[in-house]
Design a protein around this ligand. Structure first.
Ligand SMILES: Nc1ncnc2c1ncn2[C@@H]1O[C@H](COP(=O)(O)OP(=O)(O)OP(=O)(O)O)[C@@H](O)[C@H]1O
Ligand SMILES: [Mg+2]
Ligand SMILES: [Zn+2]
Length: 448
């Protein structure tokens, strides 16, 4: 053992994102449309000379570019190979490209080589034949960062490069690329990773790493990654460290400061029975755990979105959502209009969080606004809502087994305006559902 290994044993640890970078088209997750087009082109040897990969961070642009470079230069296991859609992975070209030391595959970061001089240098070199390969492949990453002079300098070569040169441009921001460049490239838009794809990729990797996990924890990580596979893997690395080698739901929730969904369900339940006091009590519980208010509103928005989906298209939600039962129950308790309105209030509430006197005030104000707009309920049945507007629509929108009851009382109430409905609610309802204002005062005086 070398001394260095002894001093820094952790140096041998490779982060998951790098260790599990897909090495061929088959192991790439998603991006089927791009893989299909490139595979076809490679198999028929109808190769364009300039490709542009666009897409948000960590969805496979660099990965795809390396696979393409290997496909173009693979020599096959016996050294006799030709251009292929299935690079062998063992020849010198494949292994060197994977290791980042293939002289004829040049990755240039346009963010730090923006100018016309760097571009001129690159183009000058491009003229010379590859030293030990079929093609010289230039990968220009974050290409939108090039100056307009640099773009202009490359136009001619990009249009008619030497036979042995292929360009691969990658960017997270295609809007910033001049149309003159766009029109010279074959463009592929890489998609964000759907959570389902991320979860199964993580399951696969964690099994290979022999690390145990809870699937709901992976789902939470996938949600946190917001469509980026790299972010998902980095978060997983972090979760493994955080939870000492076992990726549990508890640990991931703790790590992400994520909300246990029971808080949100309690909030919705409190709205269903118009209990301002409970709303504030739940908010206080959340404050005690110092959860992020913005994230809480984001999660509440997600929950409302799922409730709306359950109302409109029952069966569209994945069966393995942990909170599916609650979602279905809530979907039956509120009308479609309520959920739409709540969603809007929550989205606005989150947007206005920075304007609120403090975030706690912003959060509770959002809850109280939802309460203020919760429609009138029938007397004597605390569990059932009377939709303010079209009872028919809400009954149709909710699932048949739990259609919203239609009360005759509502027929004489002013319709369509939640505010008017609320006014009459506070003036006509009894101690069972006190007005939000009363609750608010009560609770805030208790707080002080
Ligand atoms: N489609 C994918 N399938 C499997 N893993 C992926 C995929 N996309 C990204 N990854 C993982 O994320 C890591 C980073 O991916 P990559 O470097 O290709 O992202 P990128 O799109 O170039 O992002 P950036 O814009 O930040 O450069 C890879 O090493 C791999 O582990
Ligand atoms: Mg990249
Ligand atoms: Zn090979």
């Amino acid at each position: 053992m070398r001394l260095l290994d002894f001093i820094v044993p952790s140096m041998s640890y490779q982060v998951l994102a790098r260790k599990y970078r897909p090495k061929n088209f088959d192991s790439l997750v998603g991006q089927d449309h791009v893989v299909r087009a490139l595979t076809h082109a490679l198999e028929n040897k109808r190769l364009h000379h300039a490709y542009l990969f666009t897409g948000t961070r960590g969805v496979g642009k660099t990965t795809l570019s390396r696979i393409l470079a290997k496909a173009l230069n693979c020599q096959g296991t016996d050294g006799q190979g030709d251009i292929t859609a299935h690079p062998c992975g063992v020849c010198d070209a494949c292994t060197s490209i994977d290791a980042g030391r293939f002289v004829d595959y040049i990755e240039m970061d346009a963010a730090s080589n923006r100018g016309v001089d760097e571009m001129a240098q690159l183009l000058e070199q491009a003229i010379y034949a590859p030293s030990n390969a079929r093609f010289k492949v230039y990968m220009i990453d974050e290409v939108h960062m090039l100056t307009s002079h640099a773009f202009n300098a490359m136009l001619k070569t990009l249009e008619e490069p030497p036979e042995h040169v292929k360009f691969i441009l990658a960017t997270t921001d295609p809007q910033k690329i001049p149309v003159t460049v766009l029109s010279r490239c074959l463009q592929f838009n890489l998609k964000q990773m759907p959570p389902g794809h991320i979860v199964s990729h993580l399951e696969n990797i964690l099994s290979q790493e022999q690390i145990s996990y809870d699937t709901p924890a992976l789902r939470l990580l996938a949600q946190g990654a917001q469509g980026s596979m790299r972010d998902a893997l980095s978060l997983t690395d972090q979760a493994i460290a955080y939870s000492a080698g076992k990726v549990t739901l508890d640990a991931v929730q703790g790590m992400l400061g994520a909300l246990d969904h029971t808080y949100l369900v309690r909030l919705m339940d409190a709205l269903a029975v118009q209990e301002g006091e409970t709303l504030l009590a739940v908010a206080d519980d959340m404050a005690a755990r110092s959860l992020s208010w913005s994230a809480a509103l984001q999660d509440l928005g997600t929950l409302l979105n799922r409730i709306a989906i359950a109302q409109a298209v029952p069966g569209a939600l994945p069966d393995d959502l942990p909170e599916l039962d609650d979602i279905q129950r809530l979907a039956a308790q509120f009308s479609a209009e309520d959920i739409q309105l709540f969603y809007q209030i929550v989205v606005h509430g989150r947007h206005e969080l920075g304007l609120a006197p403090d975030e706690y005030a912003g959060f509770t104000m959002t809850l109280l606004r939802m309460l203020a707009f919760t429609p009138l309920r029938a007397h004597g049945d605390g569990n059932k809502l009377v939709p303010p507007a079209s009872a028919k629509l809400s009954a149709a929108a909710t699932k048949p087994k739990a259609s919203a009851p239609v009360s005759l009382a509502i027929a004489s109430k002013p319709e369509n305006n939640p505010l008017t409905t609320e006014v009459s609610a506070s003036s006509t309802t009894t101690a069972r559902s006190p007005s939000p204002a009363a609750n608010c005062n009560k609770s805030s005086s208790k707080k002080n």
